[in-house]
Design a protein around this ligand. Structure first.
Ligand SMILES: [Zn+2]
Length: 120
């Protein structure tokens, strides 16, 4: 099983071609969840060098595909697993989950804001 946090543009591109036929034949399943991205507690990288573990906290979330900083944005959490496996929900650790209707509403509000700005 794999999980990724993607910026919205990478995530929505992925939604358009979720799994190829080879993956489907192998029984892969995929789930997409919109999340209002927040840095989870204890987010960072642990590096082990010569037996020493060093934890470096990371202040921001970045897209697993393109590396864009996505903290505070609407992003797409992608989960892939094989049929028969259970994949516990993990998306909430990265922020509030948003139903697609909420994402559409946020888009509409953003559009209103930018059209108001253009008029003034
Ligand atoms: Zn991206």
């Amino acid at each position: 099983m794999t999980r990724q946090i993607l910026c919205r543009s990478c995530g929505e591109a992925r939604m358009k071609k979720p799994l190829d036929s080879e993956d489907l034949d192998r029984g892969w399943k995929i789930r997409f969840v919109y999340v209002a991205a927040q840095v989870p507690k204890g987010h960072g990288i642990t590096m082990v060098t010569a037996g020493n573990r060093r934890f470096s906290p990371m202040a921001d979330l970045v897209c697993d595909y393109c590396g864009a900083v996505i903290t505070g944005q609407i992003v797409v959490a992608v989960s892939m697993w094989r049929e028969g496996e259970t994949f516990p929900n993990w998306e909430h650790q990265y922020g509030n989950e948003l139903p697609p209707g909420a994402v559409a509403m946020a888009d509409a509000l953003t559009k209103d804001e930018s059209s108001t700005k253009q008029k003034s």
